[in-house]
Design a protein around this ligand. Structure first.
Ligand code: NAD
Ligand code: FES
Length: 284
């Protein structure tokens, strides 16, 4: 069992949750993820680590309450526990002094930028971060990211905060002004596809972090398979980070939507159970 010691709401749907998890905190590195199971009836789902602290023995994730499992997790309170957390999983991000790096965070993916930008700044890089949201009320992690970078740009699609438009608009402008050594993007698949299209024109190395549907997280089930440079790769063990110019994004998008009917059905059932007041252990 892993106990929640802190929970904070970041926007209407997104929560920061800190767990007591000494073993995981000791082993974790930036870019890795965990697979959680909220209770014995729940499915397993991956969440990238937002933070970890070996001194306090805690790990922190940022979760969007969007499907049944994430809603179950976000409904828990400080003092509650989840039944298990497996990890840390995936390859840790190599942290070294590369030079000038641009990180791009889209929506809830912004939270995952924080640990890697922090580590890359500590390693001596010049770190610029662009974060984008649909609207002002959805902005998350702005202060935290600002504290670990040299320049921060914020965009909203509707112009209600920061620059109006997509993160790619700011990226294109920055790439016209000076040379950069690396771009690192985390967010919706479509955003990572568009970022990669922009940087490909400049032959600028680009890393993207993929959040495929996962089951075991250890390379055995094949659930997280992607097409990469003409080969099959597993996001859980070969990633989650990949060269953005070699990912077949259309295939990733197709595979990500393949359980949409079941997810919608599960969501309806969950909401119904919540409305009629069934307890958590009966599916709410
Ligand atoms: P969103 O749809 O609100 O988009 C966030 C931002 O991405 C937009 O404001 C915009 O700046 C940019 N964007 C979106 N479409 C774009 C396009 N066509 N071209 C250029 N830029 C575009 O994001 P959301 O609803 O918060 O969803 C976040 C997504 O991030 C989810 O799909 C989630 O699965 C994913 N995610 C990924 C990771 C990861 O590790 N890769 C982690 C957490 C979340
Ligand atoms: Fe099963 Fe990656 S989650 S192979």
């Amino acid at each position: 069992m892993y106990k929640i010691i802190k929970k904070k709401q970041l926007n209407s749907q997104v929560f920061l949750i800190e767990f007591e998890a000494e073993d995981l905190a000791l082993a974790a590195n930036p870019g890795q993820f965990v697979i959680l199971r909220v209770d014995e009836f729940a499915e397993r789902f991956p969440l990238t680590l937002y933070d970890f602290n070996p001194k306090t023995g805690t790990i922190t994730v940022v979760c969007q309450a969007i499907g049944v499992s994430t809603k179950k997790l976000c409904a828990l309170s400080e003092g509650d526990s989840v039944v298990d957390i497996a990890g840390p999983l995936g390859r840790a991000e190599p942290v070294c002094d590369i030079g000038k790096v641009i990180f791009i965070g889209g929506g809830v993916g912004t939270a995952e930028v924080y640990p890697i930008a922090k580590a890359m700044k500590r390693a001596g890089n010049d770190v610029t971060v662009i974060i984008g949201f649909r609207t002002k009320d959805l902005v998350i992690c702005e202060q935290e990211i600002n504290s670990v970078c040299d320049n921060l740009y914020v965009s909203t699609d509707d112009g209600s905060y920061g620059r109006r438009g997509f993160v790619t608009d700011i990226l294109s402008e920055l790439l016209e002004t000076e040379p950069y050594d690396l771009v690192y993007a985390i967010g919706p698949i479509i955003m990572m596809k568009m970022v990669s299209a922009v940087t490909k024109l400049k032959a600028l190395k680009t890393i993207v972090s993929l959040n495929s549907i996962m089951i075991d997280g250890t390379g055995m089930c094949g659930g997280c398979r992607i097409k990469y440079n003409g080969q099959a790769k597993f996001t859980c063990v070969d990633g989650p980070s990949f060269d953005g110019h070699l990912v077949d994004y259309d295939d990733v998008l197709l595979r990500q939507g393949r359980f949409k009917d079941k997810e919608d059905e599960g969501n309806k059932h969950y909401e119904h159970n919540c409305r009629i007041g069934l307890k958590k252990d009966k599916g709410c």
